[in-house]
Design a protein around this ligand. Structure first.
Ligand code: ADP
Length: 257
């Protein structure tokens, strides 16, 4: 498998607080990477660094043919990036689709309108063409009959599945999931995990932050356990989840399982 993502020596601090220290890893194309770790360990910051939503202080991220060396990215006053730097980061952002903890759907737009927003506005695909692709995506997440419903007419799990369809709509090379089930009632978690599992089978390259350790054990090709902004353990689910070597990993898994 060729390598789709390479992260090298990523560092990030918020003021005095170091959140990522020297994080490096690679993601083969078509594989699933799960990031585990206690709350506040830097998982979300790392995930958001992969698409430039967060700007690390140093280190590089490459996704496909877009590379950002964050040592060269310096927000100016009011957090704005100079135009050439913005363009470099935007190229990185364009490689990924992101599924957030809460779905962030537009409340006054139907499921299908939410899904086709990106293709129509960003990629300028004609609305009718975008719509037929969007209906296919909604079918993929099991929501073909719900295309014209508004978010409030859908359950939390259905809304999150619309969020997944929306993340796929721009045909990203990489799909990032930030705790996609943690805001859901327990009975709705399974339907969302099932969709993610199907995407893994289809060969989507995904990086997933989750506390669902059993799901991680089933779906992940590699697991990173992060604590205090450091990759403490990194390997297959069999290595990291079933036979953790590090005391911090062992302690975390004991508490969560
Ligand atoms: P996790 O996803 O593992 O819970 P996060 O990456 O969200 O961890 O956060 C790691 C640490 O960074 C936490 O202590 C959090 O409070 C801090 N943090 C995250 N974002 C910001 C921010 N924008 N400003 C200041 N501190 C932040």
């Amino acid at each position: 498998m060729s390598e789709l993502v390479r992260v090298e020596r990523l560092k990030k601090s918020f003021g005095e607080h170091t959140v990522l220290q020297d994080v490096s890893f690679a993601v083969p194309e078509g594989s699933v990477t799960v990031i585990l770790g206690p709350s506040g360990s830097g998982k979300t910051t790392l995930l958001r660094s992969l698409n430039g939503l967060e700007l690390p202080d140093a280190g590089t991220v490459r996704v496909s043919d877009a590379t950002v060396d964050f040592a060269d990215v310096h927000p100016g006053r009011r957090g704005r990036l100079p135009r050439p730097q913005r363009q470099t980061v935007d190229r990185l952002t364009a490689q990924s689709g992101m599924v957030f903890q809460a779905h962030n759907l537009f409340p006054h737009r139907t499921a299908i309108e939410n899904v086709i927003e990106g293709p129509v506005v960003v990629q300028r695909i004609p609305r009718e063409e975008a719509r037929s692709q969007g209906v296919e995506l909604l079918a993929k997440v099991g929501l073909a009959e719900h295309a014209d419903k508004f978010p409030y007419q859908l359950s939390g799990g259905q809304q999150q599945r619309v969020g997944i369809a929306r993340a796929l709509a721009l045909k990203p090379k990489l799909v990032l999931f930030d705790e996609p089930t943690s805001a859901l009632d327990p009975e709705l978690v399974g339907e969302v995990l099932r969709v993610i599992r199907d995407l893994a089978t289809e060969g989507w390259t995904m990086v997933i932050v989750t506390h669902e350790v059993k799901f991680a054990a089933q779906v992940a090709d590699q697991v990173l356990f992060i604590d205090g902004g450091v990759v403490v353990e990194h390997g297959t689910p069999g290595e990291v989840i079933s036979h953790p070597q590090n005391a911090r990993t062992q302690d975390f898994l004991r508490r969560i399982l």
